[in-house]
Design a protein around this ligand. Structure first.
Ligand SMILES: C[S@@+](CC[C@H](N)C(=O)[O-])C[C@H]1O[C@@H](n2cnc3c(N)ncnc32)[C@H](O)[C@@H]1O
Length: 223
């Protein structure tokens, strides 16, 4: 996201996400269950995930580039039961030292980062060997027709209306291409809306950064 981000979408998301939470909260809970140690959350939005971090987490750096959402996240961090520092920054250049994090979390973010390959390479950089990427993301559809609809939306109105979001990204493949080993992957349909929607095919899972990453230079440009 460019500095300044998508202020209009940010305000829409700040409201819509609270409504969507009826369907999403249980997935956020599963996304974060069992985490421990130092965590970096990337694109934290208004901080709706913060309430779901378990006690074993000792500290969280929550990176959010958009000013309005970051301020809401700062307020959510004050109410959280684990220590959370909300910082300005982007996924493609994370404010964390090499191998300094036990886990990284992305939730509905890898669809929006301008360069998904660069973001995943950064996550590899900041995770310790054996560290986990926990992800909850919407992804390309499996049916050819739905995928075609997603691609045409991505080439026209969707990114403009939805804060740079793309519906047709193959994020499962991109995570593996970055060198992660997928440990757990659940495919969800209608997780947030309850109805079929271009962004409804979703994945929830865990991938591990191997001790030596097979493909550390895997950063490629996103569509
Ligand atoms: C749909 S919202 C999801 C927010 C939050 N993760 C959640 O689950 O509610 C997408 C988020 O990605 C953030 N974002 C977009 N581009 C980004 C980038 N390059 N680096 C980090 N975050 C980014 C946006 O500012 C926004 O907070």
């Amino acid at each position: 996201m460019a500095r300044g981000g998508h202020p209009l979408f940010a305000r829409v998301w700040a409201r819509a996400s609270v409504t969507l939470e009826r369907g999403v909260a249980r997935h956020r809970h599963e996304l974060l269950a069992g985490l421990s140690g130092r965590v970096i959350e990337i694109g934290a939005g208004n901080g709706l995930g913060f309430a779901h971090y378990p006690e074993g987490v000792t500290g969280i750096v929550a990176v959010e580039p958009e000013g309005h959402l970051r301020r809401l996240a700062e307020r959510a961090a004050e109410r959280a039961s684990v220590p959370i520092e909300v910082v300005d920054g982007v996924a493609e250049r994370l404010p964390a030292d090499d191998r300094s994090c036990d886990a990284a979390v992305t939730s509905l973010v890898l669809c929006s980062v301008p360069d998904q390959g660069a973001a995943l390479a950064e996550i590899v950089r900041v995770l310790r060997p054996g560290g986990q990427l926990r992800f909850f993301e919407h992804v390309r559809a499996t049916s050819a027709l739905a995928y075609r609809v997603q691609r045409s939306l991505d080439a026209t109105v969707w990114p403009v209306l939805a804060g740079g979001c793309h519906t047709a990204r193959d994020t499962t493949a991109a995570i593996e291409h970055a060198g992660f080993v997928t440990e757990r992957l659940t495919r969800l349909r209608y997780a947030d809306t309850g109805i079929s929607f271009p962004a409804s095919p979703q994945i929830l899972g865990t991938a591990t950064r191997p001790p030596t990453t097979a493909n550390p230079e895997a950063a490629t440009s996103s569509p």
